[in-house]
Design a protein around this ligand. Structure first.
Ligand SMILES: Nc1nc(=O)c2c([nH]1)NC[C@@H]1CN(c3ccc(C(=O)N[C@@H](CCC(=O)O)C(=O)O)cc3)C=[N+]21
Length: 278
């Protein structure tokens, strides 16, 4: 069996087109501020991708540097929350040293949080109530459904338990009646866990973590990890190792990443729409 290498570019284009169409129908040009600590390569790559895509998606997106210290940052976020011209605020992780994640999310407020990081939005997701979830987790679900079909009853192993991917993704999978297990850095026998799964979603940033030894014959692999070595982008999946054993693997780059940006823009449009009088 040949392993299918899945590109997310077609789906990303469709999601972007749908958002643009809805924004044009509603006559809305959403505005978004993205806060970035440019010393982090992963966050910088995401912000660059967002800036490149925003124009064609009809979103006015500006990347700002975080203010100099935690108190100034909370004030900066609260000012954006109170600015009527701003629809959405994104605090790219990792947050600068000394910034508390919950305090930052509270400063933005639930309404403009498009990453599902505010306790109200995260809580709604936990309770199975409709709400706005992290874009990377949404993109992972889209890939899993595109490659596997209906997730009801599917065994899914999530590797990584971060607030932007592993945790929200676990809840979104439960909402689709998947059977979910979560592995992380302290999991003793990760391979034993992931070998049980129909679908493995890995979001660790450890290049080459998932090998043939970690998967069942015919498994579907969603590679969310991004790391860099010598200017090359690497995912969590060791492609050479899983070739012939996995049914399909999402590629990194151009797999989950572009769909993530498309889901983020859809979230931004959602806040912009709900902030306008109907
Ligand atoms: N609050 C918050 N939410 C996030 O969702 C978040 C974050 N902080 N901090 C940084 C990480 C990283 N991340 C990426 C998403 C897409 C690509 C992406 O589209 N990558 C391209 C490649 C980009 C390149 O060429 O460098 C691809 O996979 O094709 C990259 C990185 C979201 N993150």
């Amino acid at each position: 069996m040949q392993t299918r290498i899945f590109s997310g570019l077609d789906i990303a284009r469709d999601v972007h087109a749908e958002t643009l169409r809805r924004a044009q129908d509603a006559g809305i040009r959403p505005t978004c501020r993205v806060l970035l600590d440019a010393s982090n390569a992963g966050a910088r790559a995401y912000a660059t991708r967002q800036q490149e895509m925003a124009e064609q998606a009809g979103i006015a997106l500006t990347v700002l540097a975080y203010a100099s210290d935690p108190l100034a940052i909370y004030r900066q976020l609260a000012a954006l929350r109170d600015d009527p011209a701003v629809d959405a605020v994104i605090t790219l992780y990792p947050l600068p040293q000394g910034v508390d994640a919950i305090a930052a999310a509270l400063a933005i407020g639930a309404e403009k949080d498009v990453d599902g990081l505010h306790p109200m939005n995260a809580g709604n997701l936990l309770l199975g109530a409709p709400g706005r979830g992290a874009a990377t987790a949404q993109a992972s679900v889209i890939c899993a459904e595109a490659l596997f079909g209906n997730l009801a009853g599917a065994k899914v192993a999530v590797v990584g338990a971060s607030p932007v991917v592993g945790r929200p993704l676990t809840m979104m999978l439960l909402d689709r009646n998947a059977t979910v297990s979560v592995g992380h850095a302290a999991t003793r026998d990760l391979a034993a866990l992931t070998r049980q799964a129909d679908i493995v979603v890995s979001a660790t940033g450890v290049a080459g973590l998932i090998t043939a030894d970690h998967i069942a014959q015919g498994a579907i692999l969603i590679d969310v990890g991004i790391s860099r070595s010598n200017g090359q982008i690497l995912g969590d999946v060791d492609l050479a190792s899983v070739e012939g054993k996995a049914t399909a693997v999402t590629h990194a780059p151009d797999g989950v990443g572009p769909i993530t940006t498309a889901c983020l823009f859809r979230n931004i449009f959602g806040t912009a729409l709900s902030r306008r009088p109907q």
